[in-house]
Ligand binder design. Structure first.
Ligand SMILES: Cc1ncc(COP(=O)(O)O)c(C=O)c1O
Length: 393
């Protein structure tokens, strides 16, 4: 890469805009005209198709992954006095739902290669109060599930997977969220598929039956059936449930997004290959890993700067990219860097050394099916230009 003047593109390249087509728009209009806009037949169909896609016995559509996680904790009866082991390298809602249930989030450090929860460290954090492990498949790369399942079996713990990033990922040939595992998916605007806001909880049939009651005020029976000709106005409230149901407007979008998911994923993989080959053998960079027997959902493409090899820090690097019209993000500010977790649990930034030391190095580059090859080449050229100009080596 020459050190000459870099030609900055005219338009800004966002890191992950939604990819909505005319089918989704038409389906929303149809739903609005249909006379039924809240939870109804389209939600049912979305649940069925989603479960079939993953090979899950059942699925429950909700209004966010956060709600899906909260409902899973409620179904397992996790509450005051209980501990749930999770990772600091996640979005805050992973831990908030544990706190809102009245339980205590116990964080353990992450693996250096994937930044996923370190299964070896989970073992030493299990106490007689531990009720569940809440692993996060960070960036779409599955955690070491065999080790976690083995510990869960031995210590009689539930596993609730935060699969917000992991739609279409697999571990040793098994789909994340398939085969009755309890997993929470997100359809937030930046995710691999979107419904604007939304989420899905997977699990075995009995678990999802209970989850469904928790998701809608703890009422027996569903609202669509109650309002149909065959339905009845009578209902019984059997527990203090949430208001977390998905609407048919969202499901109308989700059904089309789900059908397009295989092509979205194929494009994501092509982009990842293009990034990987452009960035291969650059001393100032560490590239995202994909483990053996793993298929990542490639939700995010996160590079790590080797800070010893450059004279610029991560924040300035992001600022330079922004000036070059490249949108980026940082996933995530580790939980123990936030004042809430520091004040409440006494954590400090020197805890969890792997998460802490990697936080200063990570940058999420644009990755979404709408990126053209020229866009990817522009991003790689911009990153290489900056690395070249700020090289120490
Ligand atoms: C790892 C992780 N968990 C949970 C969530 C929450 O998802 P939602 O916005 O659907 O509640 C997110 C959202 O970005 C996330 O990144």
């Amino acid at each position: 890469m020459s050190k000459g003047q870099f030609k900055v593109r005219k338009d800004f390249l966002p890191f992950s805009p939604p990819f909505i087509g005319s089918d989704e728009i038409a389906a929303v209009v149809d739903t609005l005209k249909s006379g039924w806009i809240t939870t109804g037949p389209k939600v049912n169909r979305f649940e069925e198709e989603f479960a079939e896609f993953l090979g899950a016995p059942a699925a429950l559509a909700v209004n966010s992954a956060t709600s899906a996680l909260a409902i899973a904790l409620a179904v397992y009866g996790i509450g005051p006095g209980d501990e749930v082991i999770t990772t600091p390298m996640t979005f805050c809602s992973t831990a908030h739902v544990i706190e809102q249930a009245g339980a205590m989030p116990v964080m353990v450090d992450v693996e250096p290669d994937t930044l996923n929860i370190d299964a070896n460290q989970v073992r030493s954090s299990i106490t007689e109060k531990t009720r569940a492990i809440l692993p996060v498949h960070l960036y779409g790369h599955p955690c070491e599930m065999d080790q976690l399942h083995e510990m869960a079996l031995r210590f009689n713990l539930n596993i609730i997977e935060d699969a917000a990033h992991a739609l279409s990922a697999s571990y040793k040939g098994r789909s994340i969220g398939g085969q009755g595992s309890t997993a929470a998916f997100s359809f937030y605007a930046t995710k691999n598929i979107t419904t604007g806001e939304g989420g899905m909880l997977t699990g075995d049939t009995d678990f999802i039956r209970q989850a469904r009651v928790w998701s809608l005020h703890g009422m027996s029976g569903d609202v669509h059936r109650r309002n149909s000709k065959e339905g009845t106005w009578k209902y019984d409230v059997i527990l203090p449930g949430f208001k977390s149901n998905m609407t048919d407007i969202q499901a109308a979008i989700g059904l089309h997004q789900l059908r397009r998911l295989p092509s979205f994923q194929a494009r994501r993989r092509e982009i990842v290959r293009r990034y990987n080959s452009a960035f291969a053998n650059i001393e100032q960079l560490q590239l995202p890993a994909e483990g053996d027997e793993i298929s990542s959902a490639w939700h995010l493409y996160v590079i790590r700067l080797n800070l010893d090899a450059i004279d610029i820090d991560r924040d300035l690097f992001i600022e330079e990219l922004r000036k070059m019209n490249v949108g980026t993000s940082v996933h995530f500010i580790p939980l123990h860097f936030h004042s809430h977790f520091q004040k409440k649990y006494g954590y400090s930034e020197s805890d969890f050394p792997v998460a802490s030391s990697n936080f200063n190095r990570i940058i999420t580059l644009p990755l979404h099916p709408g990126l053209a090859d020229e866009d990817v080449d522009y991003v790689t050229a911009a990153v290489k230009y900056l690395l070249d100009h700020h090289s120490n080596v």
